[in-house]
Design a protein around this ligand. Structure first.
Ligand code: 4NP
Length: 154
């Protein structure tokens, strides 16, 4: 099974979700069965490491994002992924525009799927450190529920 997180730049929110989910899957003993990746709908940061502020905030909670590099989402992702989770409604709209008529991937809004009180992970890029903490809080909570769903789908 393959899960893909998508945000705008692929340097803040979706790399954080990738690192958090990968860590939680390892803890749950599911690392070998589920692949996790992330991508962006915009190409400004392709090939770059995650934003230093995302890396620092994640590291303090035990998540290592240092090996991840930004890439652009593509139509091929809809054939190779089972679940594509967008960080906000704008990302979801962009993904729907890219989605081929045929493709196995299920497309959804990450937080809405996991019954959060907010639907979107806010873009922290132009925010202070608090924005990056909020991104982690939202992603950690939804990821716990995502792990339960994935376990049930294996
Ligand atoms: P992300 O955050 O979508 O969570 O990676 C952003 C990163 C960069 C930009 C916007 C959002 N940017 O405009 O360069």
């Amino acid at each position: 099974m393959r899960v893909l997180f998508v945000c705008l730049g692929n340097i803040c929110r979706s790399p954080t979700a990738e690192g958090v989910l990968r860590h939680k899957l390892r803890e749950a003993g599911l690392a070998g069965q589920i692949e996790v990746a992330s991508a962006g709908t915009g190409d400004w940061h392709v090939g770059k490491a995650a934003d230093k502020r995302s890396q620092a905030a994640a590291k303090l909670r035990g998540y290592d994002l240092s090996a991840q590099r930004a890439r652009l989402v593509s139509r091929a992702d809809f054939a190779t992924c089972d679940l594509i989770l967008a960080m906000d409604n704008s990302n979801l709209r962009n993904l729907k525009a890219l989605q081929p008529a045929k493709g196995k991937a299920e497309l959804d809004l990450f937080l809405r799927r996991y019954a959060s009180d907010v639907d979107e992970v806010p873009d922290p890029y132009y925010d202070g450190d608090q924005g990056f903490e909020q991104v982690l809080d939202l992603i950690e909570r939804a990821s716990d529920l995502l792990v339960i769903e994935l376990k049930g789908r294996l």
